[in-house]
Design a protein around this ligand. Structure first.
Ligand code: SF4
Length: 415
């Protein structure tokens, strides 16, 4: 309800976000600046019960067929431009991308034929992936940023999450020795049985073992996940987040978004907070100037569509200008700063012209402040955002992924 009211007010329209199953094989991305790339690898050794992402159990034959389709999709999109396109970053996510470790170089080489990567290549790693030999392969392939899915350094918390395996201190130490430019550690908070002290200890452990960034996520119980244990309550989540923010501030760690914290002066690991991005692989999304599109979640349907010479798009949302503005503001607010200059570049209209009254009001209420022409969120605003993001996840992402997991090409989705 709150998300609908807010969307209607900010878009000045009762029109919902309408995803349709029509799509184009021509993606208009050549003129876009600040473009990032994402590649999805949907295979895991086993499934963690809390995890909402698109994945299946690893099967060598299926993985090789998927790889061929993935390379074709990259070629298909890459070939649609006259010259090499400069992009910021390339991220591999999943699933467990390292299950294709011997093929990463081929994927990156294919991307390098069509795109010039200027800010590095990142990959999500499961602790099991962290071996000396794998790290050498990642470096040889050109990976510069890694994100380790630790979730918690406490065994009892991992058990509550349905995560099989040991805690990951030893793997983090090994990773630190490999010397990647960026080392992110993913942690979850509000796990049943977790205390504020144990969460803060996890953050300290991550930074002490060499992390440049810690990404914390509140435990969210997706409707289609298989959680045996439910997240802690909303007030407990709030207390944990407040404690995290205060603890990091006192330790000289910067808050770089509502849920991420980093050592000052380090590069950020973030695949989602991009003005524009192209996604390859099942379930991958692409964000362009006037549209948002999502690939099918079905691996077999993905391979079939690619083999028929078409893009594997399942759903496309054509933005109105106000919808694009709201999308931009939503993710900018997550990074806790909003640049009027970037807003104009992406949306095509001045921020003050579209939302001058709202900015004035938020400033009066102490929720935002200005410095050097940028709007920054206060801690209080960031807490409201923390709640909003979870509501958005339930109202939009959960609903969409729930349908997309069941139907390869849904008729349409209205959000
Ligand atoms: S958390 Fe990672 S390893 Fe676990 S199921 Fe999800 S993608 Fe796979």
């Amino acid at each position: 309800m709150l998300t609908t009211l807010l969307r209607s007010y900010l878009t000045r329209s009762l029109q919902p976000f309408r995803f349709q199953n029509t799509y184009s094989n021509q993606l208009q991305f050549q003129h876009l600046d600040q473009l990032g790339l994402y590649v999805h690898v949907p295979f895991c050794r086993s499934h963690c019960s809390f995890c909402p992402y698109c994945k299946v159990k690893y099967d060598k034959e299926l993985a090789q067929a998927y790889l061929q389709a993935l390379l074709q999709e990259i070629e298909f999109v890459g070939n649609s431009q006259a010259s090499k396109k400069s992009i910021t970053t390339l991220y591999f996510g999943g699933g467990t991308p390292a299950l294709l470790i011997d093929d990463l170089k081929a994927i990156i080489d294919t991307i390098n034929r069509y795109f010039e990567i200027t800010e590095g290549i990142g990959i999500e790693l499961h602790p099991t992936d962290v071996t000396v030999s794998n790290l050498e392969k990642l470096k040889t392939a050109g990976i510069t940023m890694v994100s380790l899915g630790v979730q918690s350094f406490e065994q009892r918390c991992l058990t509550k999450l349905g995560r099989i395996g040991d805690t990951a201190q030893a793997q983090l130490e090994l990773l630190a020795k490999a010397g990647f430019t960026v080392m992110d550690v993913d942690l979850i908070f509000a796990i049943p049985g977790q205390t504020i002290d144990s969460l803060l200890k996890d953050v300290d452990t991550a930074f002490a073992l060499g992390a440049t960034q810690v990404s914390t996520y509140p435990f969210i119980d997706f409707t289609f996940a298989n959680n045996q244990h439910k997240p802690l309550s909303k007030p407990e989540k709030k207390q944990m987040l407040q404690a995290l923010v205060e603890h990091c501030r006192q330790s000289g760690i910067e808050r770089t978004s509502v849920w991420t914290f980093a050592k000052p002066g380090t590069q950020k690991y973030s695949s989602i907070t991009r003005d524009h991005f192209l996604g390859f692989g099942v379930s991958a999304a692409s964000l362009l100037q006037d549209q948002f599109k999502i690939n099918t979640f079905s691996i077999t349907a993905y391979i079939e569509r690619i083999n028929s010479g078409q893009l594997p798009t399942a759903l496309t949302l054509k933005f109105t200008q106000r919808q694009r503005a709201v999308y931009y503001l939503f993710w900018s607010a997550y990074t806790m700063n909003i640049s009027p200059e970037r807003f104009k570049a992406v949306v095509g209209e001045s921020l003050s012209k579209m939302y001058g009254f709202e900015l004035w009001l938020l400033e009066k209420l102490g929720l935002i402040y200005q410095a050097d022409g940028i709007y920054y969120l206060s801690d209080r605003a960031a807490y409201y955002y923390h709640n909003l993001e979870q509501r958005y996840t339930t109202a939009y992402i959960d609903k969409m992924w729930h349908i997309a997991r069941k139907e390869a090409f849904p008729e349409g989705i209205i959000l």
